[in-house]
Write a protein that binds this ligand. Sequence first.
Ligand code: NCD
Length: 317
Amino acid sequence: MERDNFFGKDIISLNDFSRQDIDYILDVAQKIKDNPGEFKFSMKNKIMAPLFFENSTRTSTSFQMAMLHMGGNVMDFDVETSSLKKGETLRDTLMMIKGYQPDVVVLRHSLGGAVQLASDVLDCPVINAGDGQNQHPTQTMLDLFTINEIRGDIDGVKIAMVGDLKYGRTTHSLALALSKYNNCKIYFISPESLMMPKDVLKELQEKGIDFYENSLSDFQDILKLVDIVYMTRIQRERFSVGIEGEQEYQKIKNDYCLTRKMLKNVSPNLKIMHPLPKVFEIESEIDYTPYAYYFKQAENGLYIRKALLNLILKNNE
Ligand code: NCD
């Protein structure tokens, strides 16, 4: 996609982007990272409406900061004090927002179809900031940017994705994105009840990417085979409410934790990524080792989101 082709577009699914599109976005983000003054006032007079119906720290703040860094404005919206608490539907809320004319909406919701609904209702571009267990495309772009930063290349990466692969939307998007690159190898490691969904595996199979499904007992051995281990937390909020869900969560919650001891014989170049928040799945002392890359990964979210806002909201100038 040429730069022009991003203008006015939604960002809903990784499937809408070719490898060339993604590489182009990563290049713009790299320019922004290398030149902090780049696009300084490019969002002047632009208004972003962040609609976060699920909790968020990194995605919401990095989108807001991206806008503010570039001289743009951010609407204030708090789901807790909104009329959704009075029972208003998402569609009605979106109809109102449409009338108030934001330049871009960034939406996170627990339902997979929510972003598509927003795109159908609204006139402005909509960015998916995580739709249920489905996808989280901007996280994936920052993950790819980070993999490239670590290795100098995305092609050929050997990566282990560990944890809640059933509900973890970041792993779904990342695996699908890697299938657009060459010679990548993915090891999926999860508790038995949280394995990668069959429909995602089927899509990966069709795309011909090399992947393996492993159990937690293989975790230690696989650490020696990969360049990157991508840890994820158990998505507790997606378990059924009530005693059953709680029991299931308690049963698996201590099943996997990456400890300092497990890193004893790994390559000195191994890097640990995590979309964050991390809860108990990485021993905290790992934060202080050169293996930990997750805070740098989170910072890269700012550059990716600045790049995306520019490409979507500014025509070629
Ligand atoms: C992730 C998400 O929301 O899917 N967080 C994020 O955006 N960085 C991962 C998670 O919540 O576990």
